[in-house]
Design a protein around this ligand. Structure first.
Ligand code: ZN
Length: 431
């Protein structure tokens, strides 16, 4: 028996609060789960700093990755024997599902921005580089790691396989919407995935949905819309995110200026120098980062010390609605006032903007277009979802942006009561 066909003697099951059980029967999948790089995902939260807002949101990327694998496993089970589905692609699809997020770093959102890293590139590096994952994949065939990386990068020749993992309605989104709703405890984010799985059909180059499943898909689109605004872009989560970015910036800045850390940031050296090896990258996780933040609460540098104390003890920045495009002059005035008050605006004043397209239908030739959702009509014709659904049509392609200004209210309150600077800052912030 070849490795790709090798089955476990007994099926393994993981208890999962979202999908009830995750079933593993293939030796390959079981071996991938056991690798050091996959186990590392246990130490990276799925929702970054959201746990400051929703205390249940401590679930990891390990959680989510198993979930995406399970969703794909069920989709493929339903595809058995259908036209256009080639069962030789089964283990490739399952491996790509399991590994699609393996390159995420700790608190990836801020982390990637500050150090100019891209988790997709690291995912590829982990799959094709010198890792345990690569060794397992190569047991299938020499070119198998490359194929898995291609599916994740959306360049694989079989677009049906790609669409299972990345499209407007893919296993990734279906898992994280439900999982994030479950762990945050919000009532949005629920939709009938079982129904969607039953009406999914393979075509030559993508998954489509039988027309009879349209309302389940509408629910899914709405849940995505709700989750973005109620959970993912929550202003308190973003406040923690702002502080986290400032910590990383500060640590890098003072390191470059030759500051002597009481707690040497050994894990960060290669990041500060923008020369990160795969080994360096894999040694980082959120436990490691939190360790440094705790240690840095005792640094001589008052900004690093203060920001870390804020992060560890959840003393977050306050915020107001603030559109930098229309309130530009106020922002300039605030910067001046903060400087007069001796508050460093590089670290203590930040405009943050979030935006999302809830459903982006096909617009040929436009950059960054996503694979749209097609409905399979009873006469065999395919119709793009927003042409059939009024609900989806009404939110299609509409980008909404939310701007907030973050600032440390406590530092402003600490200014002397009779100071004009304090009065004016408060006037601007509290309108
Ligand atoms: Zn994912």
């Amino acid at each position: 028996m070849t490795y790709i066909n090798e089955q476990l003697e007994e099926e393994k099951v993981f208890k999962d609060p979202v999908h009830r059980y995750v079933h593993v029967r293939d030796r390959l999948i079981w071996d991938l789960i056991g690798t050091a790089e996959f186990q590392r995902l246990r130490r990276i939260r799925q929702l970054g700093t959201s746990f400051f807002t929703f205390h249940g949101a401590e679930h990891s990327r390990f959680n989510h990755s198993l979930g995406v694998y399970e969703v794909i496993r069920r989709i493929i089970e339903n595809f058995q024997g259908r036209e256009h589905w080639d069962n030789n692609e089964r283990l490739l699809s399952l491996s790509a599902a399991l590994l699609h997020d393996v390159g995420h770093g700790p608190f990836s959102h801020s982390f990637e921005k500050v150090f100019k890293l891209d988790h997709e590139e690291w995912t590829r590096a982990i799959i094709v580089g010198d890792t345990e994952i690569n060794k397992v994949l190569r047991r299938v065939s020499e070119d198998f790691p490359k194929k898995v990386a291609e599916v994740i990068a959306k360049t694989y020749e079989n677009k049906l396989v790609v669409s299972l993992i990345s499209s407007q309605i893919d296993a990734d989104r279906m898992d994280y919407l439900q999982r994030d709703a479950f762990y945050t405890g919000v009532s949005y984010g629920h939709f009938d995935m079982e129904r969607i799985l039953r009406v999914m059909r393979p075509t030559e180059d993508q998954v489509v949905i039988k027309k009879s499943g349209m309302h389940a898909v509408e629910d899914y689109i709405m849940s995505r819309y709700q989750m973005y605004w109620q959970v993912y872009f929550h202003p308190v989560t973003r406040s923690a995110e702002v502080i986290l970015s400032k910590i990383l910036h500060r640590a890098k800045e003072i390191y470059e200026a030759g500051y002597e850390f009481a707690q040497q940031p050994t894990h960060f050296f290669s990041l500060f120098k923008s020369d990160v090896s795969l080994k360096d990258y894999l040694s980082l996780d959120e436990s490691v980062m939190m360790y440094y933040f705790q240690a840095w609460m005792n640094e001589k540098d008052s900004i690093l010390r203060d920001l870390c104390t804020r992060f560890i003890n959840r003393k977050l920045f306050k915020y107001i609605e603030f559109n930098p495009n229309t309130s530009y002059l106020q922002l300039v005035e605030l910067i001046n006032l903060f400087q007069k008050a001796g508050i460093d605006t590089n670290y203590y004043l930040e405009v943050d903007s979030s935006s999302d397209l809830p459903y982006d239908f096909y617009r040929p030739g436009e950059e960054g277009e996503r694979i749209p959702i097609y409905l399979l009509m009873s006469n065999g014709e395919l119709r793009e979802l927003s042409r059939e659904s009024e609900i989806v049509e009404s939110i299609s392609g509409k980008k909404r942006t939310d701007h907030k200004l973050y600032y440390p209210l406590d530092l402003i309150e600490d200014l002397p009561d009779n100071s004009d600077v304090k009065k004016r800052i408060k006037e601007i912030l509290h309108g």
